[in-house]
Design a protein around this ligand. Structure first.
Ligand code: HAM
Length: 518
């Protein structure tokens, strides 16, 4: 059997992973200068966390999450499913079948109890007790009168079904599709609002969405994100977050990046705009595709996200939210633009930038980069002032942040010619068993000085050894044979141009160290 990575996920191998490390280090360095500290978050969370924050009607929650029940009680679950889905009919056969499933369901529960696997919560204990009583009654009637009184038997089954449905085998959990919800959960859980000033956190790691894989879109993908939580919603904070993002973009030499901004209002002005939009969309319903038609009811804003070519002329004529912002939101947006100008940050306004997650309000922004085809958004972010309160935290806390799609950033950098630097500094080509102790000591010494060193475990012919050094992309070969050993020196060859010299150990170290800064 040949194993392969699952569809939509992939391995990141050296030397490419070297480039990933450099980019991640650049994020750490830049974010540090803005006062951000790293938060390491769990990979899975209760499903409810994402359902609440990202929103039930978003693509992410409605169809892309990897969700599962966190328990090992498959047998109980299977019989529970059979009981709960089966319509109760008063046919004798159906009653007998239900009786059998109930018995098996309870038998599996008893078995799991013996193994201490069953969650003995008060609710579960009560439900199992009631189920057992009802089943006992059911069987007593059947034993005494057979299936004559089907109404009574059916109503007993009804009772058993609802008790069975109430049994909770474990938590329903989800592999995180994004991390803002987790950051906010952690902020609340650890009472971080009591910390002085703004809480500034960054994270990096894998996210999971069951999307259709294509270039720049994976089922396990990586994000580098930052979130700022605190009592103020001043637009200067939005501008500084964007400034930090662009400082990172510049640090990694991403060229051709474009910043788009928008304001999507708040709970005071957005509902009226959404109604207006709904009204306009209803007038052109017939000309829209199925997704957009559905969204007229569920979430008209998301229609603005549509990429269908035939919908574009229609969308172009829809009302713009900028014309419907309340005074506070309009002023917030105007000040954001002043703050960006003050920082000499170039941007384009995009009134259709509504973002695919429900928690946003006011500022939204995105960065696109060349070389990515249709999946050209390398970063998305925005303000989410109500989210902390929605998840049970203090209403006064506001938030803003972004997440960079690391995979897409890498693609764009690689298209532009970025390559991982050669990782191997020194290859030691040695001959003669007497040389081995000396080269082991040399390799250790060089590694202590942070050089990456390849030391072949067995003697090789010089020609073969040097050719391997070349193919490995080493910068230097250090040659140790009988002559070198006798002279207590090393021959060092710069592989790029063949420059060769003989040096004592101390001089060799100095020579290699100088070459590193050259
Ligand atoms: P998002 O727009 O869903 O926002 O994702 C941010 C970025 O992650 C996207 O711009 C894209 O580069 C990358 N991305 C998303 N899905 C995939 C995928 N399937 N494959 C590859 N890359 C992908 C968020 O996740 C928000 N939490 C951002 C945020 C933080 N807003 C405020 N704070």
């Amino acid at each position: 059997m040949k194993f392969q990575a699952i569809k939509g996920v992939r391995d990141i191998l050296p030397p490419e992973s070297g480039l990933w490390n450099r980019v991640e280090q650049a994020a750490r360095d830049v974010f540090h200068t803005y006062g951000y500290g790293e938060i390491r978050l769990p990979i899975f969370e209760p499903t409810e966390l994402f359902a609440r924050s990202v929103g039930l009607d978003t693509d992410i929650v409605s169809k892309e999450m990897y969700t599962f029940a966190d328990h090992q009680l498959r047998d109980i679950e299977v019989f529970g499913g059979m009981i709960s889905k089966r319509r109760v009919s008063k046919e004798e056969l159906s009653l007998v079948a239900m009786q059998t499933y109930m018995r098996e369901f309870l038998r599996q529960i008893d078995l799991s109890r013996e193994d201490h696997m069953f969650p003995e919560t008060p609710e579960n204990v009560a439900a199992v007790a009631e189920l057992k009583t009802a089943l006992h009654q059911f069987e007593k009637i059947v034993n005494e009168e057979g299936f004559r009184d089907k109404d009574v038997l059916a109503s007993l089954i009804d009772v058993m079904q609802s008790q069975a449905d109430g049994i909770h085998l474990g938590d329903v959990i989800t592999l995180r599709p994004e991390a803002t919800a987790s950051v906010v959960r952690a902020y609340i859980e650890h009472g971080m609002h009591t910390r002085p000033g703004n809480v500034k956190l960054y994270y990096m790691g894998p996210m999971f969405r069951r999307e259709r894989p294509q270039k720049g879109r994976y089922r396990q993908f990586y994000q580098i994100g930052a979130e700022l939580l605190g009592p103020s919603d001043h637009p200067a904070l939005d501008a500084e977050v964007i400034e930090m993002l662009l400082a990172f973009v510049a640090r990694v030499n991403l060229t051709g990046a474009k910043l788009y901004i928008n304001s999507i209002g708040d709970k005071n002005c957005r509902p009226a705009y959404v109604e207006r939009l709904r009204g306009e969309l209803q007038k052109v319903r017939d000309k829209l595709g199925a997704d957009s038609q559905r969204r007229i009811e569920t979430n008209p804003l998301r229609v603005l996200d549509s990429k269908l070519p035939e919908e574009q002329p229609i969308i172009d004529k829809l009302p713009h939210i900028a014309d419907h912002l309340c005074d506070a939101c309009r002023e917030h947006y105007a000040e954001l633009k002043r703050q960006l100008a003050l920082r000499k940050i170039e941007y384009q306004e995009n009134w259709r930038l509504v973002r695919g997650l429900d928690y946003y309000m006011r500022t939204t922004f995105e960065i696109t980069a060349p070389g990515l085809g249709s999946q050209n958004a390398v970063c998305g972010g925005g303000r989410y002032d109500g989210l902390v309160e929605l998840l049970g935290g203090p209403a006064a806390t506001k938030g803003i942040g972004f997440a960079i799609g690391t995979d897409r950033l890498m693609l764009s950098l690689q298209e532009a010619g970025a390559a991982a630097k050669c990782a191997l500094d020194v290859y030691i080509a040695w001959m003669g068993v007497q040389a081995y102790p000396a080269v082991v000591a040399l390799a250790r010494k060089l590694r202590e000085h942070d050089f990456s060193v390849e030391l072949p475990p067995q003697e090789m012919k010089f020609g073969k050894s040097l050719s391997l050094a070349d193919r490995l992309g080493a910068r230097f070969a250090v040659i140790v044979g009988e002559d070198e050993l006798a002279a207590r020196q090393f021959t060092v060859k710069r592989l790029a141009d063949g420059d060769q010299r003989r040096l004592a150990e101390a001089d060799l170290l100095e020579y290699l160290t100088k070459s590193r800064t050259a």
